[in-house]
Design a protein around this ligand. Structure first.
Ligand code: HEM
Length: 449
């Protein structure tokens, strides 16, 4: 039986030719799903896109049939920054690099970074003054960058490595544009920040290669950071190690993939908690009861189960990686349809995680829904903030640990309230940012115990 014609909207010829996600891409994709169901196709920017919207289909693409997809040509430009790092490489390079790096991201190895996460969160919370109004989005970005700098390079980017921070910020400005699933379309557009980013990239490269050379010259000094692990990582099959360039590519990838995503998750968490007084009270109650006023450690994470539910629920409503794309290498059957070879399959944690079929009252921020029973009954890939399959986020344990420890450390001392009237609007670039930052007032909590 021939495959049914793919359902989907007819866009204007202009929209089909150039890439215009509309003023509100989140609404665009949400409407596609609500109008057409589990599969919706459209042409945009000269590409055939197929939006896939059922947990089983997402799992098929990311896991079961991952071999018939690549991340795609759209990554060419990001490769100029990230080279053949994990995020941007394809097999067989990806497979080998992933094998080499996996041990460095194992839960037990990552646990060693818990102290840094807490220490840096404590440093931030001690800088705040009662009644201050600040942009929490900016502070979370600074915090997660500092944590990434320390755990990756053993550098304190706040006090001793401002040049790293500045160069990275310039690079970041344009980088995320290039990571969108349809970036090869964007690539044809003139984007001014790209020029600035080029100079910054050269600076960043010099810094990273400098650190690699230093480490290679003094191999006995153990910095206990990820860079040391990358330098000694050895492939179990071919016993090879990484070249300087590979180490550089992976370091840059981790730095970029690791900090903005986590910062966004934290920012949305503070916002959502501020809208739900009962959640806030319960969060504070748990932190006080478990910690008795001392700083958290990795050993407390198991007991901070409500904190964990709060961040789980925040990433349901505002998944930092809100969209994931794959290019089909061949015709690909989905249910009654066939996605043609070369089409781009688009999957959105943002849309699926707000689907009433899987989440009752889906727009409601309700950490309490994440009971053990609920989790067990949820179909795999109805919730997938870290993707899945061989390209699943390698930093997921790192991120969970960072999210729980940072939220606990800050919530212990502070209550954050949105400045009345401050516009809260998601900005879906590659990560789900806040369009206008997040202006909040911090209030010292009455000390508990
Ligand atoms: C809340 C925080 C984070 C979220 C939501 C997130 C999300 C994701 C997602 C969805 C992917 C898969 C993309 C795809 O399939 O196309 C991914 C890949 C990746 N992430 Fe994360 N991430 C987070 C934090 C981190 C951290 C902390 C690190 C490193 C320390 C990291 C490093 C990476 C790397 C290297 C990849 C590429 C993996 C591969 O292709 O083998 N991420 N991330």
């Amino acid at each position: 039986m021939p495959a049914a014609a793919l359902p989907g909207p007819k866009l204007s010829p202009l929209d089909q030719l150039i890439y215009r996600p509309g003023r509100n891409p989140l609404a665009f994709f949400t409407n596609l799903a609500r109008t057409y169901g589990d599969v919706a196709a459209y042409r945009m920017g000269g590409e055939q896109l197929v939006f896939v919207n059922a947990p089983q289909y997402v799992r098929d693409v990311l896991v079961t049939n991952n071999r018939v997809f690549i991340k795609g040509r759209g990554l060419q430009r990001s490769k100029r920054l990230l080279g053949e790092g994990l995020l941007t490489s394809e097999d067989p390079t990806h497979l080998r690099q992933r094998r080499l790096m996996q041990p460095a991201f194992h839960r037990d190895r990552i646990a060693a970074y818990g102290g840094t996460m807490v220490a840096y969160a404590a440093r931030l919370r001690d800088q705040w003054r009662d009644g201050d109004t600040l942009d929490v989005a900016q502070d979370m970005m600074r915090l997660t960058l500092a944590i990434a700098g320390k755990t990756l390079f053993d550098l304190d980017v706040e006090s001793q490595a401002g040049d790293v921070r500045d160069a990275l910020n310039a690079v970041m400005e344009s980088f995320w544009l290039t990571m969108l699933p349809f970036a090869d379309v964007l690539e044809r557009l003139p984007v001014p920040p790209l020029r600035r980013a080029k100079a910054a990239r050269a600076r960043l490269d010099a810094i990273i290669y400098g650190m690699i050379a230093e480490r290679r010259a003094d191999p006995n000094r153990d910095h206990r950071d990820l860079l040391s692990m990358l330098l000694v990582a050895q492939d179990e099959e071919d016993h090879g190690t990484m070249t300087d360039q590979q180490v550089r590519d992976e370091a840059m990838t981790i730095l970029l993939a690791g900090h903005e995503t986590t910062a966004n998750a934290l920012t949305w968490t503070w916002y959502l908690v501020s809208t739900a007084p009962k959640v806030e009270a319960r969060l504070h109650e748990e932190v006080d009861r478990v910690l008795h006023g001392r700083l958290p450690t990795v050993a407390d994470i198991g007991a901070l189960s409500y904190v964990e539910r709060v961040v789980t629920e925040a990433m349901r409503l505002y998944p930092p990686a809100w969209i994931i794309g794959r290019r089909a290498l061949q015709d690909y059957p989905i249910g009654d349809y066939v996605a043609p070879a070369r089409s781009i399959l688009v999957m959105s944690p943002y849309v699926l995680q707000r689907d009433a079929r899987y989440f009752a009252d889906p727009e409601r921020f309700d950490p309490g829904r994440w009971t053990a029973d609920f989790r067990a009954a949820l179909p795999p890939f109805a919730y997938f903030p870290f993707g899945g399959g061989p390209r699943r986020c390698i930093g997921d344990s790192f991120a969970w640990m960072e999210l729980v420890l940072v939220v606990a450390t800050i919530a212990q001392h502070w209550r954050l309230t949105l400045v009345p009237g401050h516009p809260v609007e998601p900005q879906p670039l590659v990560t789900l940012r806040t369009k206008h930052g997040m202006r909040m007032t911090v209030q010292q909590r009455d000390m508990m115990h």
